[in-house]
Write a protein that binds this ligand. Structure first.
Ligand SMILES: Nc1ncnc2c1ncn2[C@@H]1O[C@H](COP(=O)(O)OP(=O)(O)OP(=O)(O)O)[C@@H](O)[C@H]1O
Ligand SMILES: [Mg+2]
Length: 193
């Protein structure tokens, strides 16, 4: 799918037109996250607890408890920050997080940048992720990792889909000949399934 601005969109993408629709904004730096790895989990835990305070406690029937929302968000945000730290490339190392807290879900959007030559392999990963059953793909990936002696690589998004029902959308925007912006959107339901 290609939108008006000629960006590539995959998966469950919520098209939020104005930036005002996101009510929380955090700007970070991939170099800082990579320099001290602990910054990923530290920031993730802080923001998870901060956002979870918007969720009513005690939880009304059919809704997730605040502490469960907090732990899903902590896991998710840590994964997103770590990916920005590991996979940012090219001249722009900024990381921007936007969040929107709705009554039935929390929408997180995180943006980092990469060199355009990394675009094709990432698209391959995204399409495999979105076009397969997450449970099957997870175990297939585990076997491959054991065979190739890799450790846990390529399980981040999958685990969040499989174990926490997080819905992902991805957008790649061409900024310049040396810069592609990566927008990852994650929708976390606040309803019990
Ligand atoms: N923010 C990002 N920018 C650029 N490439 C990314 C980004 N996030 C993920 N990728 C690419 O997608 C792949 C899958 O990401 P995922 O988080 O599922 O696995 P991983 O980070 O490689 O391993 P794990 O999360 O299990 O430690 C990564 O290996 C990387 O190539
Ligand atoms: Mg990861």
């Amino acid at each position: 799918l290609t939108d008006a601005s000629n960006s590539l969109i995959y998966g469950n993408w919520e098209n939020i037109s104005s930036s005002e629709a996101f009510t929380h904004h955090v700007n970070m730096d991939a170099k800082d996250l990579a320099a001290y790895w602990h910054r990923c989990s530290l920031s993730a835990d802080f923001l998870a607890q901060y956002f979870a305070l918007f969720v009513p406690d005690p939880a009304p029937t059919g809704r997730l408890r605040r502490k469960d929302v907090s732990s899903v968000l902590a896991y998710l945000l840590n994964e997103l920050f770590e990916n920005c730290a590991k996979f940012s490339s090219g001249p722009d190392r900024t990381v921007n997080l936007d969040a929107r807290i709705m009554s039935d879900y929390i929408l997180i959007r995180i943006t980092n940048h990469m060199s355009p030559e990394n675009q094709a392999p990432f698209i391959e990963i995204i399409t495999e992720l979105l076009n397969n059953d997450p449970h099957e793909l997870y175990f297939q990936r585990l076997e491959e990792n054991v065979e190739q002696g890799l450790e846990g690589s390529g399980l981040g998004y999958l685990t969040l889909m499989k174990d926490f029902g997080v819905e992902f959308g991805f957008r790649l925007r061409s900024i310049s000949y040396q810069d592609t912006a990566v927008d990852v959107q994650a929708k976390v339901s606040l309803l019990q399934d």
